[in-house]
Write a protein that binds this ligand. Structure first.
Ligand code: HEC
Length: 129
């Protein structure tokens, strides 16, 4: 009887240890996981905007970026259009044509993750005021 108890006890200890090991390894691998898309997760909407959008839409969202000057129609001036978070989101994710705008507006679904797109949209929305 005593032997069985001992065996059971050491078994429980081993199981506990295994569970702990899994927990530790699990946490470590979560921390090492790369961000969903791009290398800029954690950046603010403004930082993402400056990196990916300002070249066309301008540093302050007025549609006057260096690269954007060549486009006709020109890149959107966010201080002038009707603010619409859902339309902005679709345009950023799927490109200009998805919202009946110019196809020269690139799709960012392979560059920015969902959260990053949300952050950029929030930034654009506050350019309206
Ligand atoms: C290569 C130049 C270029 C880049 C880079 C670019 N855009 Fe655009 N964007 C455009 C053009 C051109 C349009 C279309 C304007 C039109 O058709 O009236 C547009 C349209 C849009 C629209 C639609 C506006 C509306 O009223 O529906 C949104 C939103 C937008 N861009 C956001 C962004 C964001 C955010 C980024 C960066 C993640 C970005 N754009 C990067 C050129 C660009």
């Amino acid at each position: 009887m005593k032997r069985i108890q001992n065996t059971l006890q050491s078994l429980t200890t081993r199981i506990r240890f295994a569970a702990l090991a899994v927990a530790v390894v699990g946490t470590a691998s979560l921390a090492d996981e790369p961000p969903a898309a791009g290398d800029s997760a954690g950046d603010s909407g403004q930082a993402l905007y400056l990196r990916h959008c300002a070249s066309c839409h301008g540093p302050a969202g007025r549609g006057d970026g260096q690269e954007g000057r060549a486009f006709e129609p020109p890149p959107t001036d966010f201080t002038e259009v009707e603010p619409d978070a859902a339309r902005f989101e679709t345009a950023i994710r799927d490109g200009g044509m998805a919202v009946d705008k110019a196809g020269t507006m690139p799709a960012f679904r392979h560059t920015l993750g969902d959260e990053e797109i949300q952050d950029v949209v929030a930034y654009l929305m506050q350019l309206q005021r």
